[in-house]
Design a protein around this ligand. Structure first.
Ligand code: ZN
Ligand code: FE
Length: 251
């Protein structure tokens, strides 16, 4: 059966998601950054947690893991090195969740351990802190070349894939995006839409991969207009990406 998704906010700008299959009752969550907020989401939906899927080791994603695991007895899937993981996942792994195949993509750059979860049957991917709405994660543990390679793994997914990322950074991402891609009509209209949504306190996550490909500058290193704007017509895509990432760090 079709999976149901329940997204909720926690901390100042994090998003968690519950994934539920109504027939079996199986429920998974993305990360476990705050046990109380995750438990509140479970209480709201009436779903009981069977699995926790961890994207990476940063505190705002795993702070509540121990407590949530203990209180729900959920099993934990995630990258190597995260305390409490029962099923260690690596690039290319597949597992079944309530009759649905889940594909694991290793997308290092923000951290070396980052993994993303793709559910092809639902046209949905959980990108953690790798790909954001109109942005991408800061490169902390890897290097820009590595991050660019990771983003390319996401860019080849079907355009109608829904992208759930872990932070509400979209408004500031939009302001930055306009600074490197000022003449992009799709970006301008998306930025206006985002502004309206944030004014109404509505989430801008998830987004459609096709829209990210058309407007997210971190996926558009090959775009002639951006290259011209940066004066990098002859550079490699990885070099253009690195320049955009560096500009964002200093924006
Ligand atoms: Zn992180
Ligand atoms: Fe994060």
């Amino acid at each position: 059966m079709t999976l149901q998704f329940h997204q909720f906010a926690y901390n100042s700008d994090n998003y968690g998601v519950l994934i539920h299959e109504p027939e079996s009752g199986e429920t998974a969550c993305i990360d476990a950054g705050d046990s109380a907020e995750y438990q509140a989401a479970l209480n709201r939906t009436g779903w009981s947690l069977s699995e926790i899927w961890v994207t990476h080791h940063h505190w705002d994603h795993v702070d509540g893991l121990k407590k949530l695991k203990a209180s729900t007895r959920a099993s934990v899937r995630g990258p190597e090195g995260v305390d409490g993981v029962d099923d260690v996942l690596k690039d290319g792994d597949k597992f079944m969740f309530a009759g649905h195949v889940v594909e694991v993509l290793h997308t290092p750059g923000h951290t070396l351990d980052m993994i993303n979860f793709h559910i092809p049957s639902q046209h949905t991917v959980f990108t953690g802190d790798t790909l954001f709405s109109l942005g991408c994660g800061r490169v902390f543990e890897g290097n820009p070349k590595m991050m660019w390679k990771s983003l390319q793994k996401l860019m080849v997914l079907p355009k109608d894939t829904l992208v759930y990322s872990s932070h509400e950074y979209t408004l500031s991402n939009a302001q930055f995006a306009l600074s490197v891609d000022p003449d992009n009509a799709d970006l301008k209209s998306r930025a206006a839409d985002i502004e309206a949504k944030r004014k109404a306190n509505a989430p801008t996550v998830p987004s459609m991969l096709g829209d990210e490909l058309a407007t997210n500058p971190f996926l558009r290193a090959a775009d002639p207009a951006i290259r011209a704007h940066l004066g990098m017509a002859e550079a490699t895509d990885a070099e253009v990406f690195a320049e955009i990432r560096q500009r964002k760090d200093n924006f």
